[in-house]
Design a protein around this ligand. Structure first.
Ligand SMILES: [Zn+2]
Ligand SMILES: [Zn+2]
Length: 258
């Protein structure tokens, strides 16, 4: 006991020894304070041989640095990790988890924990749930047996080419800035506004007036045949060649239809 080395005031790594703590399982222990502010109680020999150099914060920081290097730039479902967002503590065991900033395919920024990313619990900024909610409406109403109606399929296809980057037509629609007005995100509103397709239904699809980009109520969207749409495209090319304002173009198209 008398041979005890007084370590008070000594520094070992991040720890400053503040006083003698006593004996634990035959080992002399010391009180200390870590640079991060945590109080610690450490076995003397661990201090002297450099086994304890912090309260544990050093290891946590090193681990999180490694995590950072591993995760930044990595894709998880719809998002790519671009920065650390600190840590969060949750659950009964108060486990702490690294939080990350991600940029979603749709352009939004969101945060998620490493745990939720790895277990595919957080897959997007929320746009994925919104889309699947939309798609799940497919099973409500407007279905004949299990087959969606022709009008309903038109709605699904419209939403797909405007909002699903994996849709083959996306580049000409959503990718080119074409959107669907909010009221038409509800298929029942869309179907009510559009009414049934003329027969034979398979010949008809959604037709937009030439100077309007977006789909929505009051935008002059009609059921048109492919021939009608080709005619509109031809008109547009002709008129653009003459450098007429597209307003005239829409008027012409409407007159032709009437
Ligand atoms: Zn510390
Ligand atoms: Zn998103």
């Amino acid at each position: 006991m008398s041979a005890r080395i007084n370590m008070t005031g000594q520094r070992c790594g991040r720890i400053t020894v503040t006083g003698h703590a006593g004996k634990k399982r035959g080992c002399v222990t010391w009180f200390g304070v870590c640079d991060c502010g945590n109080n610690v109680e450490i076995v003397g020999t661990d201090l002297r041989n450099g086994k304890s150099t912090s309260c544990g914060c050093l290891r946590r920081e090193l681990t999180s640095e490694r995590e950072r290097a591993r995760l930044i730039g990595k894709q998880f479902d719809r998002g790519v990790v671009f920065e650390s967002a600190g840590t969060v503590t949750y659950g009964l065991r108060k486990s702490s988890n690294a939080l990350w900033f991600l940029r979603c395919d749709c352009g939004e920024v969101y945060t998620a924990t490493t745990n939720h990313l790895r277990r595919h619990i957080t897959k997007s900024c929320g746009c994925l749930q919104r889309e699947s909610r939309l798609m799940s409406r497919m099973s409500h109403g407007q279905t004949r047996g299990r087959q969606p109606s022709s009008e309903y399929r038109a709605w699904i296809n419209m939403m797909q080419r405007c909002y699903n980057p994996r849709n083959s037509d996306y580049s000409n629609y959503g990718g080119a800035g074409v959107t669907v007005d909010e009221p038409w995100h509800d298929p029942s509103k869309f179907l009510k506004d559009m009414g049934p397709k003329p027969e034979p239904k398979y010949l008809y699809s959604l037709s937009r007036p030439l100077d309007l980009n977006n789909y929505g109520p009051g935008r002059g969207i009609t059921w048109g045949t492919q021939a009608h749409q080709l005619e509109q495209k031809r008109l547009k090319r002709e008129l653009l060649a003459k450098k007429l304002p597209t307003k005239t173009l829409a008027a012409t198209a409407t007159r032709k239809r009437a």
